[in-house]
Ligand binder design. Structure first.
Ligand code: ZN
Length: 302
């Protein structure tokens, strides 16, 4: 199916989430704002997409650094509003670095303020269509999706990608997440979307196949929760490597230590020393083709 002209999907590479631009007569809105180090690209891409309309609002599906990293910069430039789901509003108000995800994940997100909360079941008018805000617990219990019944289009954020879904972060902190992710997948199944626009990667129409694979994956995590910790560590280190381009074993060790300290599940899964875990992860990054080895450092290979 082709997208209406009032919806533009800016598909981004690693570090940044996709930006979905909606065009209305009175201005443009963007869902998710990418990672802070990509802000210049984000500004330019949105400028092209908005075709002279003012950018009036940013809507965040959730406030992870790769989805909300452009909020502060775009707001400063355009004076646009920022709308976020209610789940983490208090943390944003107080910018509680200990409880926001950024420090724990060794990622950056400039402080921003919000103007409105979007609650599950709210209806947002974007691109001339009605979009229902739906809960999407699992990857982040505060995350929401946007659903347009009339078009059969779902903005799934990190709840469903063509292949997989985001790390189930709550489980790392000892908060149940796997069953919530299953419920979110079930909810998507009942919607029967004709098209899913994910938070990362290209929009896709074979939603049933993606859902089936996602269900298998979550069951695989449930069978052995350590797999979720392994996956999280791999994703976080690969993300940092792409940002920094070069990480020493000492850098990796610091990150592993921060992850273990901040997450009770990792404390249980990795009782041994962080240095050995960092060395193992360096090998894994090289094995996966994400890095090459250079002395005591790993270098990003893409
Ligand atoms: Zn996320």
């Amino acid at each position: 199916m082709t997208l209406p002209d009032s919806i533009r999907v800016l598909e981004r590479g690693w570090l940044s989430s996709n930006n979905i631009v909606f065009l209305d007569d009175d201005g443009a809105s963007v869902v998710d704002s990418g990672y802070v180090t990509h802000l210049d690209d984000t500004i330019r891409l949105i400028d092209d997409a908005r075709e002279g309309r003012p950018l009036v609002r940013i809507v965040n599906t959730h406030i992870h650094s790769d989805h909300a990293g452009g909020n502060a910069g775009l707001k400063a430039l355009h004076g646009c509003e920022v709308w976020i789901p209610p789940g983490e509003a208090e943390l944003v108000d107080s910018w509680d670095e200990d409880r926001l995800s950024y420090r724990r994940t060794s990622q950056q997100c400039p402080r921003f303020s919000y103007d409105r909360l979007i609650h599950p079941r709210d209806t947002l008018r974007l691109g001339g269509e009605d979009w229902t805000v739906l809960p999407a617990a699992g990857h982040d219990h505060a995350m929401v999706m946007l659903w347009c019944e009339r078009l059969g289009i779902l903005l799934s954020a990190d709840a469903l990608w063509q292949k997989g879904f985001g790390v189930i972060f709550p489980e790392l902190a000892g908060i149940p997440g796997f069953e919530k992710q299953k419920a979110t997948l079930d909810l998507i199944g009942t919607l029967k979307p004709r098209l899913v626009i994910p938070g990362h990667g290209a929009p896709f129409t074979d939603v049933a196949a993606s859902l089936q694979a996602a269900h298998s994956r979550i069951d695989w995590f449930i069978a052995e929760p350590r797999r979720n910790s392994d996956n999280a560590l791999k994703v976080l280190l690969a993300f940092k490597l792409l940002e920094a381009r070069r990480l020493t074993l000492a850098d990796l060790t610091d990150m592993v230590r921060a992850s273990i300290e901040g997450n009770v599940a990792m404390q249980a899964h990795y009782p041994h020393d962080p240095e050995a875990m960092a060395a193992f992860m360096a090998q894994e990054l090289v094995r996966a083709g994400a890095a090459t080895r250079e002395g005591d450092a790993v270098i990003a290979s893409r």
